[in-house]
Structure formats: structure tokens, C-alpha cells
Design a binder for this molecule. Structure first.
Ligand code: NAD
Ligand code: WQD
Length: 350
């Protein structure tokens, strides 16, 4: 394993904070770059305490080109892991300019700063949503991309930019990771997903029903062609996802050039009802729910074929659905208001 200097954009966010734990455990030098638009610096305090290490933190927006030049020229990264972005599918439909600005133009700015500081490797957070309505399951990386939302198209366009950037000069490498449905929390219960508003996604919504913050789960349709009629998804434990980034960094450090795309999922699906039942076991009580109409834009089922990542990154998921639910419940019950009540401390190196 080669030690890397890594700029982690969006490192204070849900997936970024879990990935920091893996990077710090392997002695990589990290610089977190985050605007805290959808996260709290307190997450970084928790990461620093858990990992027993300090690291550089830059409060900056990826749309601020000059700030990026300054940070990259000072830190001189070997690689970038690029999590920063806007991710709420419904919000993207009403704020397309913001979504393209942050997710596409922000990515372009990063590439400019990387080029100026001679950094030639980037790992990018993409999404299975780029595939759109599946022609077949499980989805492999050659499945056509037909994103059906502004958010999905912003990820698709950013992917195209990265492919062209990587092809333009021989030694560059862009690794695009298409996540399926990340859920769960760190085993400590100290870091986890902290929605700022009403959760859009299934697991954080169930977690808030379990902790009494929400009355009941609305199940978006039970007339899909799945085993119980509810939507089926490939849930992946966030710590498994975090490990995949370190595996991708290692792969990139072994001299890969050009662009690579990997699906990150378990290869198994769970329905909404199965997820709810697993969460009821984890939290030890039954949770109220009611079936409502379908949510616009939802597909019946989405499952990854993760065999390419298993083969080339030597990575596979380890955590079960039960562990995804129990770790989520551990985080939720310890932190019912997320990081809002958490302590504030400086984590930057002196
Ligand atoms: P998150 O919102 O928790 O993390 C994103 C981080 O980026 C936050 O810390 C936020 O403050 C920061 N950020 C946002 N705009 C910024 C800007 N303009 N400049 C600098 N920082 C900015 O989201 P997450 O769930 O950790 O997702 C991380 C990445 O993975 C995102 O790009 C997201 O689109 C992608 N992704 C997420 C999921 C998911 O279900 N969580 C699935 C597929 C892909
Ligand atoms: C899962 C299932 C819902 C909430 C989205 C984005 C994707 C990625 C992950 C960022 C579906 C059902 C949900 C609820 C429900 N995000 N559901 N009641 O839609 O697969 O993917 O998040 O990149 O891009 O599109 O995930 O968790 O929203 O939904 O019944 O309150 O749960 O209909 O079947 P989705 P989800």
C-alpha cells in the first residue's frame, strides 16, 4: 500500500467522514476541503478523535477557483477523492443551475487546480442513478446510461468530463465509482448520516420513525413487480463503501492510467418492507407505516453487478442488512439530533 497525500472534497459529509476513517487508519495524509453546505465541522472532530490523528481542514467551496488553486498549491496532493456535491434528487429539479454549477462546474474547477499542481489521480462519487430505468438486472458497468433527473444528469456529465480529462494526457487516472444505496453508520455510533431536513432516503427516514422524530414511514407504492410489490434496492453499508475508496486509491497508485468505472453494491436487493422489518428487529419495536402512491421517477428495482470491483479492486462487501440496520440504529439512538448537540473542537494540525 502506497501512502498518498489526498485532498478529500466533501470529507465532512456522510460518506466522506467514513472514508476519512479508512484513510487515516492507513496513514494517508489528508486535507479535507468542504464548504459545510450539508455537513457539520463536528463530524471532523469526531473522526479526528476516533482515528487519534489530526488532519488539515479547509473551509472552501469547490466553485471558488482561486481557493482551490491556493489549497492545491500548498498541500500538493497525489490524489483527490471527490465527494463534494449536491445530492437531493427532488431539489435538483427545482434548482438545476445550482446542481450543474456544483456537480459539474465544481468538478471542472477541481481538475484545473489539479492540473496546476500536477495532481493526476481523481476518484469520483457517482451514482447508480446514471443508469436510469434498467434494461436488465443486475446492472453492470456497460449498461446504457439514461439518467432521468437533473441530479443524475449532473453526475453523468461530470463523468464525461472526467473521462475526457483522463484521456487527454497519458499519465492521468480518473476512477468513477457508481454507488448503489449507501446506508448504515460507523461501528462506534459516533459518525453517521445527519440529514439537515426531512430525510429523502429510506433508511434515514425509518431511523427517525424509530427514534420518534417522525410518525410513520410512507411506503411509496406496493404495486411494483417485485417479490412483495415494494421498491427493491441494493443497499451497501457505508463502511464497505468507504473501504472501496481506499481500494480504488491503491489501484490508482499502482500506475493505472485512463478512466475506470466501478459499480459499488452488494449484488443483492432488499425491498422497502424487508428493510422495515430488518430495522424493527434492530430497534426492538414495530414501526408504523402506510402505503401511499408511487414517488415520481422511482424504478421498481435496482441491483448492482459488483464483479468488476471485486476482481480489479480486490474488494467486496462484508456487512449484512442486519448490520446496516443495527449500526444505523446505534448512531440514531446515540445522536437523535445528529451532530447538532455535539462538541466543537479544532482538528487542524498546529
Ligand atoms: P453529503 O451531503 O453528506 O456530503 C457531501 C459533502 O459535500 C458535504 O459535506 C457538503 O457540505 C459538501 N459540499 C456540498 N457542496 C459543496 C461545495 N460547493 N463545495 C464544497 N463542499 C461542498 O453527501 P454524501 O451522502 O456523503 O454523498 C457524497 C457524494 O456521493 C455526493 O457527491 C453524492 O452525490 C454521491 N452519492 C451519494 C449517495 C447517497 O445515497 N448518499 C449515492 C450515490 C452517490
Ligand atoms: C429506496 C426505496 C423508495 C423513502 C436515491 C437517489 C440515488 C442515490 C440514493 C444519491 C425506493 C422507497 C423511500 C420513503 C419509501 N442518492 N422509499 N419511503 O431512490 O433508490 O436512490 O438515493 O446519489 O441517486 O435516487 O433511494 O432511499 O430514496 O429509496 O418507500 O420515505 O425506498 O420508493 O423504493 P433511491 P431511497
Amino acid at each position: 500500500m502506497v501512502m498518498n497525500r489526498v485532498v478529500v472534497t466533501g470529507g465532512a459529509g456522510y460518506i466522506g467522514s467514513h472514508t476519512l476513517m479508512e484513510l487515516l487508519a492507513l496513514d494517508h495524509e489528508v486535507c479535507v476541503l468542504d464548504s459545510f453546505a450539508n455537513s457539520s465541522p463536528k463530524a471532523l472532530v469526531r473522526v479526528s478523535k476516533l482515528a487519534g490523528r489530526k488532519f488539515a481542514v479547509e473551509s472552501a467551496d469547490i466553485r471558488d477557483e482561486q481557493a482551490l488553486y491556493r489549497i492545491f498549491n500548498a498541500f500538493k496532493p497525489d490524489a483527490v477523492i471527490h465527494f463534494a456535491g449536491l445530492k437531493a434528487v427532488a431539489e435538483g429539479e427545482t434548482k438545476p443551475v445550482d446542481y450543474y454549477d456544483v456537480n459539474v462546474a465544481g468538478t471542472l474547477n477541481l481538475l484545473k487546480a489539479m492540473t496546476a499542481s500536477n495532481c493526476s489521480r481523481i476518484i469520483f462519487s457517482s451514482s447508480a442513478t446514471v443508469y436510469g430505468d434498467p434494461d436488465y438486472l443486475p446492472l453492470d458497468e456497460t449498461h446504457p446510461c439514461r439518467p432521468a433527473s437533473v441530479y443524475g444528469r449532473s453526475k453523468y456529465f461530470a463523468e464525461q468530463v472526467l473521462f475526457d480529462w483522463a484521456r487527454a494526457t497519458p499519465r492521468r487516472n480518473a476512477i468513477v465509482l457508481r454507488y448503489f444505496n449507501p446506508v448504515g453508520a460507523h461501528e462506534s455510533g459516533e459518525i453517521g448520516e445527519d440529514p439537515q431536513d426531512i430525510p429523502n432516503n429510506l433508511m434515514p427516514f425509518i431511523a427517525q420513525v424509530a427514534s420518534g422524530l417522525r410518525q410513520q414511514l410512507a411506503i411509496y407504492g406496493d404495486d411494483y413487480e417485485t417479490r412483495d410489490g415494494t421498491g427493491l434496492r441494493d443497499y451497501i453499508h457505508v463502511s464497505d463503501l468507504a473501504r472501496a475508496h481506499v481500494a480504488a486509491l491503491d489501484y490508482a497508485s499502482r500506475g493505472q492510467v485512463g478512466a475506470d468505472v466501478f459499480n459499488l453494491g452488494s449484488g443483492n436487493g432488499a425491498t422497502v418492507r424487508e428493510m422495515l422489518a430488518a430495522y424493527e428487529v434492530a430497534c426492538g419495536r414495530s414501526l408504523p407505516s402506510k402505503v401511499v402512491s408511487r414517488r415520481a421517477g422511482d424504478v421498481a428495482a435496482s441491483v448492482a453487478d459488483p464483479s468488476k470491483a471485486e476482481k480489479l479492486l480486490d474488494w467486496r462487501t462484508r456487512h449484512t442488512l442486519e448490520e446496516m440496520c443495527s449500526s444505523s440504529w446505534n448512531w440514531q439512538s446515540k445522536n437523535p439530533t445528529g451532530y447538532r448537540a455535539a462538541e466543537s473542537l479544532d482538528v487542524s494540525p498546529k
